[in-house]
Design a protein around this ligand. Structure first.
Ligand code: ADP
Ligand code: MG
Length: 752
């Protein structure tokens, strides 16, 4: 008997060589193999009469071999097979198929599947390269072979046809792997073999009440039916993965991920946090610093954050807001709540430029009110760093701004109350976890997730009061993550959304222009500059080829500063510049001392220069959609009309065209993110794999969004604890299963 955890080599027909090919696809166990689902299904249930075939249709035909021959044409050998039913005949052609030469004997019954076509010369019907299977010999004493002879022949044919994996049913089609070595046909056989010897009692880890809500069938039935659909199954449901079998397998996958995330959330809430006071004094302090009226969205989000901060357990909140939606000021408001309560706040940015920029705006907005702000980045002199660290340790510094150097360096806080992580998408999830670990939490929840000490009491955990309180954490991202993705990627965080831009913005005009027309583009830039505005010119830097791309930016800088805009002040900004120089360039651009900034994507996130109204992106076809949107977010930040010019050079792929079109037609970040997700698929969407998203085998978070929501809901209900519908045994069984899945399948052991 095979278990789901049995190594795949134990399946009959899988040797070490094949096991190696399978391993390359992530198939190591019987369970992995059985979750290798067909990507489509073919209805070969009703074989057709040759006489009723029509050109253009896909059809299954069961017929008798009449004759076959190999023709050698000048271009290639062609194998021709003629089959018949009574007096009708059908021709099949196979290219380069010398190996078929001795395969067929007249009188054999075979099954064929393929597209019916009309031969242009004689208008006869034929099938080119059909899939076929020899079913057995035709009746008659002359027929030999494995199925016996004589009158038993006919029955044997029928029997074989009924048992066949290729014909007389809805047939699963698998993607070939190993350069075509493991074919759909091979998978059909091997998966059938595995199912035949699969243990009859697969563990059921989903509580009965949850199964009831979703009408889930048993795991065993699901595995059988997803590969070998029952005769009456709807082909449409099969293709769209909506059969009961599909739903069971997909839900299974989503439910245990959500259970893990939900448990983590609960762990976090069970920790001791700081219950910040939000009285009139604090409110007045916030009001005092505001340089403008907050938008309704900003007010709502601040309220959500403030409510979290007042709670006695630590905040874990994700603030999502499109570029330019005004996240910074909200984070400053949160910082004031912490500081006015006698705590320190730390703000982490992904790059030095951004840390710098936050530092300057923090000083501009907060320093008048008397708050003490420091900047700690990796590029500071050692002495200076030491001094700042002392300020932090002694509690003099109230708002500490830095890069992730804040994580790495030996920074000790006097009383850290709030951690703000800006532009989250630049940080891997692992970094985020490290940050949380720094605040003492990681170990705790990983023990809770993977250990066994908390089984069965998931709903009612409390922590001893001895450990120091955990700081609140606010994670900010400018990537408008579609809700379904946020649910999986950040399922352990609460979500706030800034869905409104500050008033007075005019929409950005976006145009695609071929780079032969660059002269016109530069003229346009010149006009904008003449009327007092500033411009960005951006070049792609693609990591594999950074060196030469960088040269392109530098070369273009020379060209633009030395010739095209020789009379204007042009600056250059790229990631390889010394930190000092970078700051200097950025500051000059911010102050308007530079009119044009030639840059690589280092300016992608966060940079805020409202007077910049033009962005020219060269080789726009090479950028990802999310990146283009982020880049474009650097303009349109003031009241003046802004223009984004997507210059393209050379060949553009079809997908590239779609990306550019998405940019010229949309300005809403959420819409763009959804298009991006569609174009690239969930796996590629801003590198979710590295970002630590579970690597789903059967679920697809776009297609299965509703099931994901259901899984989240059900997981939360299960963790609310036992009641009349659900026993504590069921809950612990689910948790044990979840831990095993997280460890083995999702590889998220380190998720703290
Ligand atoms: P992001 O969310 O991309 O980080 P920022 O916080 O940098 O956005 O804000 C973008 C710009 O909008 C900044 O210049 C900021 O000062 C301005 N801003 C933010 N909120 C408002 C508001 N309520 N009214 C007017 N301007 C605002
Ligand atoms: Mg920002």
């Amino acid at each position: 008997m095979l278990e789901l955890s049995t190594p795949v080599q134990y399946v009959k027909g899988v040797g070490p060589r094949i096991a190696e090919i399978l391993a390359g696809k992530g198939i190591h166990t019987v369970g992995d193999l059985l979750h290798y689902l067909p990507f489509r299904y073919e209805d070969r249930l009703n074989p057709r009469g040759i006489g009723e075939l029509r050109p253009g249709e896909m059809a299954t035909v069961i017929a008798e071999v009449r004759n076959s021959a190999l023709f050698r044409t000048r271009r290639m050998p062609i194998f021709q097979l003629t089959v018949g039913q009574g007096r009708t005949r059908l021709r099949c052609l196979f290219f380069n198929a010398t190996y078929l030469q001795d395969k067929f004997k007249p009188g054999q019954m075979i099954a064929l599947y393929g597209k019916v076509e009309e031969d242009q010369r004689n208008r006869e019907l034929q099938i080119i390269q059909p899939q076929y299977e020899v079913l057995g010999e035709a009746g008659g004493d002359d027929a030999g072979g494995e199925n016996g002879a004589g009158s038993a022949g006919k029955e044997a044919v029928e029997k074989k046809a009924a048992e066949s994996l290729e014909i007389g049913r809805i047939v699963p089609i698998y993607e070939s792997i190993g350069q075509g070595r493991l074919t759909p046909r091979w998978f059909r056989r091997i998966i059938r073999t595995a199912l035949d010897s699969l243990t009859p009692d697969l563990p059921e880890a989903i509580p009965a009440v949850v199964r009831g809500h979703l009408g889930l069938i048993s795991p065993r039935a699901a595995l059988w039916n997803v590969h070998w659909p029952e005769p009456g199954e709807s082909l449409r449901d099969l293709q769209s993965a909506r059969t009961p079998a599909h739903i069971r397998l997909i839900f299974d996958e989503l439910f245990f991920v959500e259970l893990g995330l939900e448990l983590k959330r609960r762990q976090q809430k069970a920790q001791t946090g700081i219950a910040f006071q939000l009285d009139d004094r604090v409110r007045a302090a916030i009001k005092k610093i505001l340089p403008f009226h907050p938008t309704a969205a900003q007010k709502r989000v601040l309220k959500e954050i403030a409510e979290d901060m007042q709670k006695p357990y630590p905040m874990r909140r994700l603030l999502q807001g499109d570029v330019g939606s005004g996240k910074t000021i909200v984070s400053f408001e949160a910082a004031i709540i912490a500081i006015e309560n006698g705590c320190q706040a730390a703000l982490m940015a992904p790059t030095e430029i951004l840390a710098q920029q936050h530092y300057f705006s923090a000083r501009r907005i907060l320093e008048n009110a008397g708050y003490r702000i420091v900047l700690l980045t990796g590029s500071l002199e050692a002495d200076r760093k030491r001094e700042i660290r002392r300020h932090i340790a002694q509690g003099n510094a109230q708002l500490i701004i830095g890069t992730h150097a804040l994580l790495e360096e030996k920074v000790e806080f006097a009383r850290l109350g709030l951690v703000i992580v800006d532009e989250q998408h630049r940080f891997g999830v692992m970094q985020r976890l490290k940050l949380m670990k720094k605040s003492g939490e990681g170990e705790e929840s990983s023990r809770a997730l993977l250990g066994s000490d908390r089984l069965g009491s998931a709903g009612s955990e409390t922590r001893p009061h001895t450990s120091p309180p955990e700081p609140d954490v606010l994670v900010m991202t400018a990537t408008p993550i579609p809700r379904t993705l946020a649910l999986t990627l950040y399922g352990d965080l609460d979500l706030s959304v800034l869905d409104e831009l500050p008033p007075g913005r005019t929409p950005i005009v976006t145009r695609q222009v071929a780079d032969e027309r660059s002269t016109e583009v530069w003229d346009f830039v010149r006009k904008q500059v003449a009327s007092g505005h500033q411009a960005y010119v951006v070049y792609p830097v693609i990591s594999e080829n950074e060196e030469s791309e960088l040269k392109a930016a530098i070369k273009m800088y020379r060209e633009l500063s030395g010739r095209v805009f020789a009379d204007l002040k042009v600056g250059l900004l790229h990631g390889r510049l010394e930190a000092d120089l970078k700051d200097q360039v950025m500051r000059m651009f911010q102050k308007g001392e530079l009119q044009i900034l030639v840059a690589t994507t280092v300016i992608e996130v966060g940079v805020d220069v409202p007077n910049a109204t033009v962005m020219v992106i060269e080789h726009a076809e090479r950028f990802g959609l999310a990146q283009l949107h982020q880049l474009r977010g650097r303009i349109g930040r003031g009241a003046a009309k802004s223009y984004c010019i997507l210059m393209t050079g050379g060949k553009i792929t079809e997908e590239g065209e779609k990306r550019l079109k998405a940019m010229t037609e949309n300005s809403d970040g959420f819409k763009i993110a959804e298009l991006d997700l569609e174009l690239r698929g969930p796996g590629e969407f801003f590198g979710t794999r590295q970002a630590g998203m579970p690597d789903f085998r059967v679920a697809n978070i776009i297609r299965d969004a509703q099931l994901l929501e259901a899984a989240k809901r059900e997981a939360a209900a299960v963790l609310a604890g036992p009641n009349s519908e659900i026993s504590s045994e069921e809950i612990s069984r689910a948790l044990v299963h979840m831990r095993a899945r997280w460890q083995h399948t999702y590889g998220l052991v380190e998720v703290g």
